[in-house]
Design a protein around this ligand. Sequence first.
Ligand SMILES: Nc1ncnc2c1ncn2[C@@H]1O[C@H](COP(=O)(O)OP(=O)(O)OP(=O)(O)O)[C@@H](O)[C@H]1O
Length: 245
Amino acid sequence: MEIILEVKDLCKRYPTFSLNNLSFKLLENTITGFIGVNGSGKTTTIKTILGLTPKDTGDIKIFGKELAENEKEIKNRIGFVFDEGYFYDHLTIKEMKSVIAPAYSNWSEMDFKGYLDRFHLDPKQKISTLSKGMRVKYALCIALSHQADLLILDEPSSGLDPLVRSEIHKLLLEFVSQKGKSVFFSTHIISDIENTADAILFINKGCIILDCNKNELLAIHKLGDPRVSSPTLEEIVLAYLKEGN
Ligand SMILES: Nc1ncnc2c1ncn2[C@@H]1O[C@H](COP(=O)(O)OP(=O)(O)OP(=O)(O)O)[C@@H](O)[C@H]1O
């Protein structure tokens, strides 16, 4: 499988927190769940990958290239969704789209309309009147309408009801089944990882404490005795967390 993103020895230091030598890869046709408790460094990692926060040291290659030297080309191929809003509240869905779309050379108006229909979003509705779930869906419509190959989502499902979460999961599964696509999403909701992710990257206190395939992890912890139930993913993850503390 092709490597879509590769991070090597990434370090970023804030006065009271640091990312410590993070190294990991995101693979093609893989949904990687980036899990960690509040304040463990998920958003800092994502912002550093996207060049929104400068790194101190380390290498980040996206589609085999350095972001700094190929920013336009790489950003064209990344769709991102942040939990904090980055839209102008006073604009409508359609007006905001007109601000964003020119930044992408592969923008597809047909795809955008298709996603709006799918999520029952009205182009005339003001951003300020969208519910949290509608905002995330709108952010996904934007992220998916410029032929991105890598989707990066920062806590897309926090605060959303189970129905909206399952709609989003379905969309991510459809997306990642296409050739050359990969999804990286951060969460602290283990059931999201259980339902959606193929791979798990677990960060704690700015360090990666687990980087593995989800099914392989479950298989390793499966107990041989059928009379005793094997640990759930949540129990396994909590055990790693306790070990790291
Ligand atoms: N610009 C900044 N300056 C100083 N410290 C920062 C800055 N941004 C983040 N931090 C600190 O880095 C740490 C990690 O924050 P980060 O937002 O990456 O965590 P997170 O895992 O995304 O948390 P959450 O799940 O709560 O969103 C926190 O202690 C935070 O206070």
